[in-house]
Design a protein around this ligand. Structure first.
Ligand SMILES: Nc1ncnc2c1ncn2[C@@H]1O[C@H](COP(=O)(O)OP(=O)(O)OP(=O)(O)O)[C@@H](O)[C@H]1O
Ligand SMILES: [Mg+2]
Length: 279
């Protein structure tokens, strides 16, 4: 596998998910898609001396262009740390994080919208930060709000929107970053199951329309089984990759037997891991 000028090139063969002890099935074949993100032996410690804390330990993983990869693991196992490293907000203590020149966008658990700005202005701010000229911004805001099915809500302030609608605005704002790779940190964690299901469908449609690559952190095994082409399970802290599961191909619904079966396997693996740590 060659790495040149921080550009990731398509490898001859994908690192097989099936090689991992917890593998469910073969990972998707190493199609023509290039690697969008690669972590190689990434460790991250916080602090120094006696207060030093190892959050991630030797994490290696790859995400291909157009793939939807979920990360699950116990609270505190380093999931957000991992996303921060991919986003370039922090540096690994050792190992390499490469995003091959892809533009990376972030979406967090809380919508974190500016309460005094309308939905439209919140989205516009991201366009402005990206240097989109004023004349083009209005049309792009309308297009982005339409993509998350919020036509007609551009003038509402966050407190006038439901929780699900606020997350849609946050998603539109993340899309406004025009990212190739979207990093999502439990974005739907605070929503009820029905709203979450609806947003899963929307997100799937948006990802297909825009050929987005997604690295999605969740606590919710059903959500991972529903959305992920692959799901990577991290150990309890320090986070290490302990298993990787490929989802069945084709459309998946949250209530389908395939999703239920995969969610069951993920739950089992997580329980086993938590049991090992007595948590
Ligand atoms: N900036 C920081 N300084 C010191 N310690 C940190 C920092 N950020 C995270 N940690 C520690 O690193 C560990 C991993 O934190 P992280 O937020 O990545 O976990 P997580 O898997 O995202 O957890 P959760 O599921 O609860 O969101 C935790 O023990 C946390 O206390
Ligand atoms: Mg977190």
């Amino acid at each position: 596998m060659t790495v040149r000028d921080n550009q990731l090139t398509p490898p001859a063969a994908a690192p097989g998910a099936s090689a991992l002890p917890g593998a469910h099935q073969e990972a998707p074949p190493p199609a023509a898609a290039a690697e969008a993100v690669r972590l190689t032996g990434v460790s991250k410690s916080y602090g120094t001396g006696r207060t030093q804390l190892l959050a991630l330990d030797g994490v290696s993983l790859t995400v291909r262009d157009g793939e939807f990869v979920c990360i699950i693991g116990a609270s505190g196992c380093g999931k957000s740390t991992l996303l921060n490293l991919v986003a370039g907000l922090d540096k690994p203590t050792s190992g390499r994080v490469e995003a091959g020149g892809r533009r990376v966008g972030l979406m967090f658990q809380e919508p974190a919208l500016f309460p005094w700005l309308t939905a439209g202005r919140n989205v516009e701010l991201a366009l402005r930060a990206r240097g989109v000229p004023k004349a083009a911004r209005q049309a792009q805001v309308a297009e982005l709000l339409a993509a998350v099915r919020l036509q007609g809500f551009a003038g509402q302030r966050p407190h006038e929107l439901s929780g699900g609608m606020r997350q849609r605005v946050a998603l539109a704002r993340a899309l406004a970053q025009d990212a190739d790779v979207l990093l999502m940190d439990e974005p739907f964690g605070a929503l009820d199951a029905m709203t979450r299901d609806l947003l899963h469908d929307e997100l799937e449609r948006i990802c297909t329309d825009r050929t987005l690559t997604v690295l999605f952190v969740t606590h919710n095994v059903r959500e991972a089984a529903r959305l992920g082409d692959r799901t990577i399970v991290l150990s309890s802290r320090p986070g290490r990759v302990i298993a990787e599961y490929a989802a069945p191909r084709g459309p998946r619904r949250t209530d389908s037997p395939e999703v239920a079966q995969l969610a069951g396997l993920l739950t089992e693996r997580l329980r086993e891991e938590m049991g090992r740590h007595g948590s």
